[in-house]
Design a binder for this molecule. Structure first.
Ligand code: NAP
Length: 245
């Protein structure tokens, strides 16, 4: 398929996990992809694999994010923005530190804000663009994740507001909310609770109607749809990808 031929995509957190699967999927359908990540060697590795570009970018830095957006736009246009950069710093409320709170809120909320604000300038000027933000089922509440669930719920509100503000400029903004996806992030949770990752995934699978955990490619497929012209009349939506309702 060549749905993204001639399009440039910026994927934050694109070095690994869901972001890397998204970068691969968009590139496989013709997009020129800029992989922006904290972890520069991993970003370069993903970019090399897909024939894309890598930029070192800490999304909590406005300068880094604006430079990444400019690097993508300099390739011709900035057509697709997918904001996957993310971290967890889980703890029960009484043990959650200011640093745990700030790191998670800054990465997800401020990082996404910087990216959408910089990207909209190009998309509004060219009167076209697609943005996909990444929320989580944790937005609905999850023990030990006051910081993360607050950030992920905030991204749902951001999506709806951006869809209203940017719709008149032919910019679609949608949000994907995954359940358990097998990545370094969920591995980190398994490590924290002291359970082997395979055993953890088996236990989670039991709770999922489709009886398996998600893979990064399951999320990337939905993101690709939302980035495509097939989704040109879809905006402001939160789509859960969790193997069940
Ligand atoms: P992942 O494999 O850990 O990938 C996240 C990537 O973002 C990593 O390369 C990470 O770099 C990078 N990153 C972290 N902080 C950054 C920053 N400040 N600036 C730039 N890049 C940064 O995690 P994932 O599971 O694919 O998660 C991707 C997104 O999906 C996140 O927003 C996450 O909250 C969301 N999500 C994940 C799940 C799940 O079950 N996995 C479920 C729902 C939502 P480092 O590795 O160097 O930190």
């Amino acid at each position: 398929m060549t749905r993204f031929e001639g399009k440039t995509a910026l994927v934050t957190g694109g070095a690994k996990g869901i972001g890397a699967a998204t970068a691969r999927r968009l590139a496989s359908e013709g997009a020129t992809v800029v992989v922006a990540d904290f972890d520069e060697p991993a970003a370069q590795e993903t970019a090399r694999e897909i024939g894309g570009h890598a930029v070192r970018c800490d999304v909590t830095s406005r300068e880094d994010v604006e430079a990444a957006v400019e690097a993508a736009a300099a390739l011709g246009s900035l057509d697709l923005l997918v904001t996957c950069a993310g971290i967890i710093r889980d703890n029960l409320l009484f043990k959650m530190t200011d640093e745990d709170w700030d790191a998670v809120i800054d990465t997800h909320l401020k990082g996404t804000f910087y990216a959408v604000r910089a990207a909209q300038q190009h998309m509004v000027a060219q009167k076209s663009g697609k943005m996909v933000l990444i929320s989580s089922t944790s937005a609905l509440g999850n023990r030990g994740q006051t910081n993360y669930s607050t950030a992920k719920a905030g991204l749902q509100g951001m999506t709806k507001t951006l869809a209203i503000e940017l719709g008149p400029y032919n910019v679609n903004v949608n949000c994907v909310a995954p359940g358990f996806i097998a990545t370094a992030m969920t591995q980190q949770t398994a490590d924290r609770i002291g359970m082997p990752f395979e055993q953890f995934m088996e236990a989670v699978s039991e709770q999922v109607p489709l009886k398996r955990v998600g893979q990064p490619e399951d999320v990337a497929g939905l993101i690709a749809y939302l980035c495509s012209d097939d989704a040109s009349y879809v905006s402001g939506q939160i789509v859960y990808v969790r193997g069940g309702p």
